[in-house]
Design a protein around this ligand. Sequence first.
Ligand SMILES: Nc1ncnc2c1ncn2[C@@H]1O[C@H](COP(=O)(O)OP(=O)(O)OP(=O)(O)O)[C@@H](O)[C@H]1O
Length: 289
Amino acid sequence: MRTDVEDLVLRYGEATALDRMTFSLAENKIYGLLGRNGSGKTSLLSVLAGFRRETSGRVRVDGRPVFENGALTREISLIRDAGETIDIGTVGDVFYFAEWLRPRWDGAFARELLDLFGLKPKMNVKTMSKGQRSALGVVVGLAGRAPLTMFDEAYLGMDAPSRYAFYDALLADYAEHPRTIILSTHLIEEIGALFEDVLIIDRGRLVVHEDRDTLLSRGTSVTGPAAQVEAFTAGMNVLGTKELGPTRSAAVYGELDEARRRKAAEAGLELGPISLQDLFVHLTGGTSR
Ligand SMILES: Nc1ncnc2c1ncn2[C@@H]1O[C@H](COP(=O)(O)OP(=O)(O)OP(=O)(O)O)[C@@H](O)[C@H]1O
């Protein structure tokens, strides 16, 4: 579902969690939502899901305001971390509730996913492990097929094989039933390949909203003798540098045209890609804030 956010502000008392955010999300795309701890990811997703009311600004999903709009929020699913799975008895009860709530619920798919994660309909939710509860959340999120589906670190408690099984299931089901999916995560290396677009927020502000490949193409590492690297990158947007003996590697942000690339080759410098994770670290202030 198309999502439009304009000048969105969310405050908790005196604290501003979301600071005048404006962006639009297209229908049927997978978005990665990245941000450091406390940057506002959960706050943003909570507003998009109608769990919280915006302090000011406009939030429209499918052209309609979200908060207290029951007909619309049935079409929006936000799966949060394991601790929040509703404790209403067994897995079967959770499915019964989900089927009642979600107009596009696919029970056969839900049972297939249960098998995939080694869960059983008779299991009591209260006595399930953290990872099992996370997996149940993921099953409910996928089988609900909400046109706007959001996972807020929902897979964090799951072990690596289960997480990879989730990524595969998500991609396969998305191919058959396209919808807008937002994945908020700190596991950038692991999940980055799933994103079509990337949103990066920092201290409540949107700092990047871009197609993943375009974003990646803006980052380049320039490696070679320190003096040459310094001369080449003078005047460029240098995100950070690393030294290894006489060799320096600088991470630069911005397009490098053919002439610049030739110049680098002539100076004996090596140009390479920067990972999404490294770009994220640099763009959100590195280690020192
Ligand atoms: N219920 C609340 N009451 C007061 N302040 C809150 C509340 N929830 C969040 N905040 C504050 O709002 C800001 C954004 O928090 P939020 O949980 O949205 O960040 P996040 O990006 O999801 O963080 P993390 O990656 O650590 O989960 C933080 O400064 C946090 O302290």
